[in-house]
Design a protein around this ligand. Structure first.
Ligand SMILES: [Zn+2]
Ligand SMILES: [Zn+2]
Length: 223
């Protein structure tokens, strides 16, 4: 499987047509979304836009052999990289045995769950919302983590505790894109918040995707 960003496509053959959208070489860069990528079919060696074949980059990265819709009829569905280890971000690395456990991997999480941690009480300060004022911080400094036990008086506008992802999705609009990190691979991808919510609520989640940040200014969320 080969994947390439559109900007690095240097073939000068202008007659050749690409993808199911039948673009010419010189039209390939006109796609208004510069996050799009192309993937090569291992059956016909044709190139396809991820978007045109509904394939997200986060999934394409896990594919070892990609077959387009036409070729799938003969070769079957695309083949995913085999999982050869449970402790490396490159889980198809067959020579991983001697390599150390990396954070985010399945083995790392197993080890983390077995670990016991020291009580945090000696290193935190507890305060109520109305005690956390600038005067208090100027007088006492901010040298330890502060755990706010009651949000009353914080003068921060916080959403209702029962707010759901669906409600946030409605407020910020489904076209809002977020940076997510595939925790196991430690690779950052972009996805629409709508896709994120769909993935989060699906039953066959085999990945942990963390949203890195969600920009809500200029959306109904804050208005
Ligand atoms: Zn296309
Ligand atoms: Zn093909």
């Amino acid at each position: 499987m080969s994947r390439q960003d559109l900007s690095s496509n240097n073939d000068n053959n202008n007659e050749r047509r690409y993808c199911i959208c039948q673009k010419r070489e010189d039209e390939l860069n006109e796609q208004d979304d510069n996050d799009d990528f192309m993937i090569e079919c291992d059956g016909c060696n044709g190139w396809f836009h991820g978007k045109c074949v509904s394939l997200a980059d986060r999934i394409a990265d896990d594919i070892e052999k990609y077959f387009c819709a036409e070729c799938s009829k003969n070769y079957g569905p695309s083949i995913f990289k085999p999982k050869q280890n449970q402790h490396r971000r490159d889980y198809s690395d067959g020579n991983a045995e001697q390599k150390p456990v990396q954070s985010g991997t399945k083995d790392f999480i197993k080890q983390l769950k077995r670990k016991t941690f020291l009580d945090c009480e000696p290193v935190i300060v507890r305060a109520k919302g109305d005690q956390l004022t600038s005067e208090h911080l100027f007088a006492n400094g901010f040298t330890k983590p502060i755990l706010i036990s009651s949000r009353d008086g914080l003068e921060l506008t916080l959403p209702d505790r029962t707010i759901t992802l669906q409600e946030i999705n409605k407020l910020i609009g489904p076209e809002q894109h977020v940076d997510i990190i595939d925790c196991e691979k430690q690779v950052i991808y972009k996805m629409s918040f709508n896709d994120y919510v769909e993935y989060f609520e699906s039953y066959d989640r085999n990945k942990i995707y963390n949203v890195l940040s969600l920009e809500v200014s200029n959306t109904k969320y804050v208005l």
